[in-house]
Design a protein around this ligand. Structure first.
Ligand code: PHB
Length: 389
C-alpha cells in the first residue's frame, strides 16, 4: 500500500517537473492607465509601447506567460486607487505598472507598500513619487531632470530674461521651481510667471500678458498632447514669435505623437528631453518598427510609449533574475542599479533613489526630408540625475 502510494507520489512529482513552463500561472502586469478622458492618449501610447515590447521579446519570460491587464483611471486619482486595489486583490497581479499622471501614481503609492507590489512608473514625472513607497521604481524621467539642462542651455546661449508658464500640478510646479533655481543661480532673471489649470486651460489671456512683458524667451511645461497643440497654435496666432520672443520648453510640449498637428508653429522651438523619435540608434529603429506594427501609423510613438517599453524590459529582467518567482522585496533589489538598453540610449535605475539616470538631449524642431516635423537632437547632457534628490 505505502509502496504504491510512494510510487504514485513519485509519478506526480515527475509530472509536475515535466509541466511545460508556459502552463504555469501567468505573470500578471496590472497596467494602471489613462484610457479615457482628456489624457486618453497617455494610456494608448503606454499600452501600445508595452505591447510592442512583447511583440519583439515574446510573451513568455522565465517560463511564465506574460499577461497585461489594462485598467482605465479615466485620469482621476480615486479611480486609479480603486482599479489598482482590484488588480492586487482580484487579479493578483505580480506588478503594478503604467501611471501617466502624477496624481494617479501618488494615489496608488501606499497600496504598493501595503501589498509589497513592485510599482513601475512608466511616465509620471514629479520628483517626489519615488519617495512615497520603497516599492516604486521609475524608468521614465523627472521634470527637474530635464528642466535643469534647459536652463543651463538658455544661459549659455545668451538668454537672460524669461517668462515661465506651467501647468498647475506636480510636474508643472517641479518644472517651474527647477527652471527658476538653475536659471537665476546662473544670472538669469524671471520677468513673469503663470500657472495654468491642469484641465482645459484657456491660453489666450496668458499669451497676451507674456507678449506685453517682452521677455527674451518663454519657458513652458504643459502635459503632452492636446494642451500643447492649443498652446503652440496660440503662440503663433498671437505672433509672440514675430515679436522676437523665443520658445523654450520641456519635450512634453513638442512631443512626437501630436507635433504634426501643430503646423509650422513649432519650427525652431528648443526643448530638452530624454526621448525623440528622431534618435538615431538600432534600438530605436526596432522600437519604432514594432510600435507601428501594433499601433498602426496614424499616430507616432512618443516618450510615454518608450517609458512603457522600458518598463516591460525592467519587468522581464526582474522575472528572469528571480526565476519567475516574483517577491516584492527581491524585485526591488533587482531593480536598484538595473541597466536598461533603451531606445533613448542607456538608462540606469539609481539604486539610492530608484529614479533613472540618463542622457538629456537638447533638440530643435525641424522639418526633415520626409516632410514631417521632428525633435532633432543637437546637444546632450550625459548621466543626468534628478537634481532635487
Ligand atoms: C505627470 O503627471 O507627471 C506628467 C503628465 C504629462 C507629462 C509629463 C508628466 O507630459
Amino acid at each position: 500500500m505505502f509502496k504504491r502510494l510512494a510510487k504514485v507520489l513519485a509519478v506526480s512529482a515527475a509530472c509536475l517537473a515535466a509541466v511545460p513552463a508556459a502552463a504555469q500561472e501567468p505573470l500578471k502586469v496590472g497596467m494602471v492607465l489613462e484610457m479615457s478622458g482628456g489624457f486618453a492618449d497617455f494610456g494608448m501610447q503606454m499600452m501600445n509601447g508595452a505591447r510592442a515590447y512583447m511583440k519583439v521579446h515574446g510573451d513568455t519570460v522565465a517560463g511564465r506567460k506574460v499577461q497585461l491587464i489594462v485598467k482605465d483611471t479615466t485620469g482621476v486619482p480615486d479611480v486609479a486607487k480603486r482599479v489598482a486595489q482590484e488588480l492586487v486583490t482580484n487579479d493578483k497581479v505580480d506588478f503594478l505598472a503604467g501611471f501617466g499622471l502624477t496624481p494617479s501614481a501618488l494615489a496608488v503609492a501606499s497600496l504598493a507598500t501595503e501589498a509589497k507590489k513592485p510599482m513601475i512608473i512608466m511616465n509620471a514625472a514629479t520628483s517626489i513619487i519615488t519617495t512615497r513607497s520603497p516599492y516604486i521604481a521609475r524608468v521614465s524621467f523627472t521634470l527637474p531632470q530635464v528642466t535643469a539642462p534647459l536652463a543651463t542651455w538658455a544661459i549659455r546661449n545668451g538668454i537672460t530674461k524669461v517668462y515661465t508658464l506651467v501647468s498647475d500640478f506636480g510636474p508643472g510646479i517641479d518644472a517651474e521651481t527647477q527652471f527658476k533655481k538653475t536659471f537665476t543661480a546662473a544670472g538669469g532673471q524671471i520677468v513673469g510667471e503663470v500657472r495654468t489649470p491642469m484641465r482645459n486651460p484657456e491660453f489666450a489671456p496668458f499669451l497676451q500678458r507674456m507678449k506685453d512683458a517682452r521677455p527674451q524667451a518663454v519657458f513652458v511645461f504643459l502635459p503632452a498632447g492636446e494642451q500643447a497643440v492649443g498652446f503652440m497654435k496660440g503662440f503663433a496666432e498671437r505672433e509672440l514669435d514675430k515679436a522676437g520672443i523665443k520658445l523654450i520648453a520641456t519635450g512634453d510640449v513638442t512631443e512626437d505623437g501630436v507635433i504634426e498637428a501643430m503646423g509650422d508653429a513649432p519650427l525652431g522651438v528648443i526643448t530638452t528631453q530624454h526621448y525623440s523619435v528622431a534618435h538615431d540608434s538600432p534600438q530605436n529603429r526596432t522600437f519604432l518598427k514594432a510600435y507601428a506594427e501594433v499601433a498602426g501609423t496614424a499616430q507616432r510613438a512618443n516618450f510615454m510609449a518608450v517609458g512603457a517599453w522600458d518598463g516591460m524590459a525592467a519587468i522581464y529582467e526582474v522575472a528572469r533574475r528571480l526565476g519567475g518567482k516574483i517577491d516584492g522585496d527581491k524585485a526591488m533589489e533587482v531593480l536598484k542599479g538595473m541597466k536598461i538598453d533603451s531606445p533613448r540610449g542607456p538608462v540606469v535605475i539609481d539604486p539610492a533613489t530608484r529614479d533613472p539616470i540618463e542622457t538629456i538631449y537638447v533638440r530643435r524642431v525641424e522639418r526633415l526630408k520626409d516632410g514631417k516635423l521632428y525633435n532633432v537632437e543637437f546637444d546632450q547632457f550625459p548621466n543626468v540625475r534628478d537634481p532635487t534628490r
